[in-house]
Ligand binder design. Structure first.
Ligand code: HEC
Length: 136
């Protein structure tokens, strides 16, 4: 027995609805999974910007910029645990993370000093990009 046109349409509509609902549920679950990792990356971006501003020679706030670098280091240290939970961590990730910490440490090595921190930040930003290039 052939289905009437209306029934086909209704079934098709129900299929679309279930598909959309499923996709939505899946997407919000995935987004929740990434909440902490993305949040930590938003803080990375924040502290990097702050460090840049505070290390500028015309408004040098060396103690402030140094503190921002310490925040970045702490976020880098935590990143393995955070990203392991969502399956990003492998040898490449660890190597990039270590490279990132190395660049941070170069900035910290001179103590609170705007010039040292300012020039280290360029390599730090490159280290952010290097990890993104490998992992995203
Ligand atoms: C060792 C690896 C690594 C380093 C170092 C790293 N990131 Fe990330 N970053 C990632 C990964 C992986 C993602 C994707 C996260 C996700 O989708 O859950 C990401 C995502 C981001 C995002 C997008 C977040 C979003 O809401 O989608 C921003 C912004 C970001 N990183 C900024 C930075 C900045 C700034 C630095 C350096 C100060 C940095 N990251 C250093 C691995 C890294």
């Amino acid at each position: 027995m052939a289905m009437s046109g209306n029934r086909v349409l209704a079934l098709f509509g129900a299929g679309l609805f279930c598909g959309a609902l499923g996709a939505f549920v899946l997407m919000s679950a995935m987004q929740q999974r990434h909440q902490v990792s993305r949040g930590s990356m938003a803080m990375m971006e924040y502290h990097l910007k702050q460090a840049r501003q505070q290390s500028q020679s015309d408004r040098c706030d060396a103690a402030g910029a140094y503190r921002q670098l310490l925040r970045l280091r702490a976020l880098g240290e935590d990143s393995t645990r955070i990203f392991d939970a969502i399956g990003y961590v492998d040898v490449g990730f660890e190597r990039r993370r270590d490279g990132f910490l190395t660049e941070i440490d170069k900035g910290l090595a001179g103590g609170p000093d705007c010039a040292t921190i300012g020039s280290a930040l360029k390599q730090v930003a490159d280290a952010c990009e290097a990890c993104h290039h490998d992992t995203r």
